[in-house]
Design a protein around this ligand. Structure first.
Ligand code: FMN
Length: 184
């Protein structure tokens, strides 16, 4: 699971904290949470195209190892200006082969649009890297209102819990199928 928002006052961390136990309870995966705010990648600063994997910088080598060990991803993404956050685009574009032939679930949130425009742009970007963005996504509207003011916990309710579990079911299926592509 990759948390895309890096803002100091973000709700993305709370969204990730909601999703993580659902993914762990699902049992289809060992869940690793990756926070782009902690990773703090500079803007793409490698001299070579990432397909060559001739990384010069330790931060890129660490990021490469983090993504390479994943079999499937869930992108937890807000919508900024109808788009994904720049930090997420940069994190994707710093690598190439590490993403290939792996499925990706889109967990988007925002205002009335539920982050769908961000998610739809990510579908194009993911397929450019031979990833399979799942048709079934988790899309959460008015996300800011779903943070409990007392506890800070994100509480979107049973409908979204069910959508998250359905997306994880699909992620397991696609991961199994795409494994054969990765082994070639
Ligand atoms: C720079 C910026 C641009 C935004 N643009 C949109 C937008 O285009 N559509 C939308 O629904 N919400 C937009 N929002 C509202 C965010 O979806 C909302 O603030 C959300 O909580 C951001 O996620 P975060 O708190 O995890 O960073 C924008 C917020 C920011 C900070």
């Amino acid at each position: 699971m990759i948390i895309a928002s890096t803002r100091p006052t973000r709700i993305g961390g709370a969204v990730g904290d909601w999703f993580t136990p659902i993914a762990e309870a699902h049992g289809g995966f060992t869940v690793e949470s990756v926070d782009l705010r902690e990773i703090a990648l500079p803007l793409l600063d490698e001299p070579h195209h990432p397909m060559q994997q001739k990384y010069q910088h330790e931060h890129t080598k660490r990021w490469s190892a983090t993504i390479a060990r994943g079999d499937a991803y869930v992108l937890v993404t807000p919508e900024y200006d109808f788009s994904p956050p720049a930090a997420l685009l940069n994190a994707i574009q710093c690598l190439a082969k590490e993403w290939m032939y792996k499925p990706v679930g889109l967990l988007s949130y925002g205002g009335v649009s539920a982050g769908l425009r961000s998610a739809n742009q990510l579908r194009i970007i993911c397929t450019a890297n031979s990833m399979m963005p799942l048709p079934g996504a988790v899309s959460i509207p008015f996300a800011g209102k779903l943070v409990n003011a007392d506890t800070g916990r994100f509480e979107p309710g049973e409908v979204q819990d069910k959508a998250a579990r359905a997306m994880l079911d699909e992620l397991v299926r696609w991961e199994g199928a795409m494994r054969t592509l990765r082994q070639r």
